[in-house]
Design a protein around this ligand. Structure first.
Ligand code: GTP
Ligand code: MG
Length: 330
């Protein structure tokens, strides 16, 4: 594809052609070398935005109701005239080898909206730990003119943390009365959250809902402040009943206002890029080193020594580093 074709493709995305946007996201998800080249070119050529979109990450344990909440909040927002893009990792599509139905059918109302775009991606596309595909998909949705980009990630492994490294605001969902830990939320993850939702609060006066609000509020209080300085808000929501959506949206907007007013958005996103660079570098460096035959065989020998009890892990690391750096300073 030549530069002219690429610019035409980008033009189609910018003018609201969903198929062009979908195809571009598929390109970002590909790991083929030739696709990667084209993807990188495309990202470089995307036109700058006059005002930034709002990037929201939504995370929480499986089954907590993330997709249902995206649908309810999405309908609420599109009714207010917002243009919304949803990126969602669809675990079922990984099993079926990339079928694209899954989460779209869980958002039937939103999927019909003119000013909403929903993109489910197979889990596999997001593995690899750096979240590159998600970051690039966000940029594409922004180039397509969406005001809000919502990313839903399954709350397993490091995804919960990862989503907070590429969005402006992280919303974390927990369930009332979920028992262990805090309503099903891992304490460490709360640190990354800006807004905490007690979800499936179908009956606001349910004592379990009140207890969850109290517990999570107290736990949030003892955490270190977020960089924007706003306290973490805890809100009760029922996507099923459509209650608490306004309060949730207000909590998100309050943080957005502070980010914009204090001019923090640029710095936040810049730090995210630096972090992405460092993590990518670490991963690639390791992969390249371990991919070298002489390094792999040196490592195999050290592991053999370790198994035979001939050397300590620490000494092995020292020797291995000396070997790698000696080999590379020649
Ligand atoms: N009672 C109640 N049930 C809800 C609510 N929201 C979602 N559910 C139900 O919870 C179940 C899981 O909902 P999903 O939206 O698929 O949950 P999820 O967090 O996206 O799940 P994964 O993407 O698989 O991690 C479904 O049966 C929903 O109908 C709610 O507000 N109240
Ligand atoms: Mg879901």
């Amino acid at each position: 594809m030549n530069a002219q074709d690429l610019d035409e493709w980008i033009g189609n995305i910018a003018s609201g052609d969903r198929q062009a946007l979908s195809k571009a996201i598929t390109l970002m998800e590909s790991s083929r070398v030739s696709d990667r080249d084209l993807a990188a070119q495309m990202i470089r050529r995307l036109p700058p935005r006059s005002h930034p979109a709002l990037r929201i990450g939504l995370t929480g344990p499986p089954g907590v109701g993330k997709s249902t909440l995206v649908e309810a909040l999405g309908v609420y927002l599109t009714d207010r005239g917002e243009r919304l893009a949803v990126l969602t990792v669809d675990p079922s599509s990984a099993l079926s080898g990339g079928s694209i139905l899954g989460d779209k059918t869980r958002m039937p109302e939103l999927a019909r909206r003119e000013n909403a775009f929903i993109r489910p991606s197979p889990t596999g596309a997001y593995l690899g730990g750096t979240g590159r595909q998600t970051r690039e998909a966000i940029l594409l949705c922004e180039a397509a003119g969406y005001d809000i980009v919502l990313v839903e990630t399954a709350g397993t492994g490091q995804n919960e943390y990862l989503v907070s490294t590429m969005t402006d605001i992280t919303v974390l969902l927990g369930l009332p009365g979920a028992g262990d830990d805090l309503q099903g939320i891992k304490r460490g993850i709360m640190e990354w959250a800006d807004v905490i939702v007690v979800h499936k609060a179908d009956e606001p006066n349910d004592p379990r809902v009140r207890e969850a609000l109290r517990d999570l509020g107290a736990a949030a209080h003892f955490l270190e402040a977020r960089p924007h300085g706003q306290p973490r808000r805890v809100v009760a929501v029922s996507a099923l009943r459509g209650t608490g959506l306004e309060e949730l949206w207000k909590a998100i907007c309050a943080i957005r206002e502070v980010l914009v007013e204090k001019n923090l958005l640029g710095a936040l996103r810049a730090e995210q890029l630096v972090r992405a660079y460092r993590e990518r570098l670490k991963a690639d460096l390791l992969e390249r080193l371990l991919g070298r035959r002489e390094v792999a065989s040196y490592l195999a020998d050290r592991e053999k020594e370790l198994r035979e009890g001939k050397i300590s892990p620490e000494e092995s690391v020292e020797n291995t580093l000396a070997f790698i750096f000696a080999a590379n300073s020649k």
